[in-house]
Design a protein around this ligand. Structure first.
Ligand code: HEM
Length: 308
């Protein structure tokens, strides 16, 4: 059996990425054209992957929570809902919904460019570009704050188990709930912190990327705020597919969470922004600020093909 999930949901980090967000226009044939582009993409990506076998090309197509019903009025993923906007003590997580998200990833920028160009060209007139961001692997998979990002992500088959909807929603099995936030870092303020202050903010060492013993983690440490457990002791998990981006004016992280339920991301975000029962919030939010936030469903390729 061939796999029926979008490879970009599960794949390991690539060297390059292009993030494209679009809103459908009000042209009379706009929706029909969007459907045509979406339904053709799984095959187009397959072809490109065969032509360029060495570049690990992946595409993730997400359909916005508010847009879903207009594209597919008859059936909706059971848990698809809007982005949970939050604000507390100067920390913000805004909701900025968009209709469509395309994350094109590869180990060679020209392959990303080619597929992104085709998508934008196909959607011309039918959807307008809201934001385009180019992501890249920074050093040995570090965030721009200098810390390795992704270490505690699920590995191997656990990635599928955590990220993909299963029998709980059979019509949407193989799909995934995706949350995207663009964070802008204040690297000057961050780099004024001592090494110890930076390490305490994450609860991990910087160069060697070693986790602090639990008892030594501050309640404000990012890894403390995001490693959550259920009452039965099991871990609440997401698969992160984030990538740094930047130029001389703005820089930060395109944070991406994929999961078989939106709840896990929502709980973690709340824990970061609102803090624990004593209001002790995530220290890294003093140095980075979310400027966008949107929730999508990433359907299985077979679902996209049926839009034709
Ligand atoms: C861990 C960076 C936002 C969830 C980490 C780590 C880094 C990091 C460096 C430690 C290494 C690792 O396990 O990956 C960042 C940055 C962010 C950000 C720079 C924003 C600018 C978020 C958000 C969430 C999140 C918004 C979820 C709502 C997690 C989780 C872990 C983690 C679940 C693993 C915790 C553990 O089990 O130790 N992050 N992160 N992160 N982050 Fe973030």
């Amino acid at each position: 059996m061939t796999q029926d999930y979008q490879s970009g949901v599960i794949a390991e980090q690539n060297r390059d990425a292009i993030f494209l967000s679009f809103n459908q226009t009000h042209q009379p044939d706009a929706q029909a054209r969007v459907k045509q582009v979406l339904s053709g993409l799984p095959q187009r990506v397959e072809l490109l992957r065969n032509q360029l076998p060495d570049v690990a090309l992946h595409l993730t197509v997400g359909i916005g929570s508010a847009y879903w019903d207009s594209l597919s009025p008859d059936s909706r993923p059971a848990l698809l809902r809007g982005f949970p906007a939050l604000e507390q003590g100067g920390r913000v997580a805004p909701s900025t919904p968009t209709d469509l998200l395309f994350i094109v990833r590869a180990d060679q920028y020209d392959a990303c460019f080619e597929l992104a160009r085709e998508i934008a060209e196909g959607l011309q007139g039918a959807a307008e570009l809201v934001e385009e961001v180019h992501g890249f692997r920074y050093l040995d998979a570090r965030d721009l704050t200098g810390f390795v990002d992704g270490t505690e992500n699920p590995q191997g088959d656990d990635r599928l188990e955590v990220a993909l909807v299963g029998d709980e929603d059979p019509d949407f099995a193989g799909g995934s709930y995706l949350h995207l936030q663009r964070y802008e870092h204040d690297l000057s303020a961050w780099n004024r912190q001592s090494l110890k202050e930076q390490e305490d903010a994450y609860g991990r060492t910087k160069v060697d990327n070693i986790e602090y013993p639990s008892a030594e983690k501050s309640p404000h440490a990012h890894t403390k705020r995001t490693s959550l457990k259920r009452p039965d002791g099991s871990s609440i998990e997401i698969l992160r597919q984030s990538m740094p981006y930047g130029d001389s004016t703005r820089k930060g992280l395109m944070f991406v969470s994929v999961c078989r339920t939106p709840e896990n991301f929502e709980l973690m975000l709340k824990s970061m922004v609102e803090g624990d029962e004593s209001g002790q919030a995530d220290r890294i939010l003093e140095f980075t600020r979310a400027v966008t936030g949107a929730s999508f469903f990433v359907p299985a390729p077979s679902w996209l093909k049926r839009l034709a």
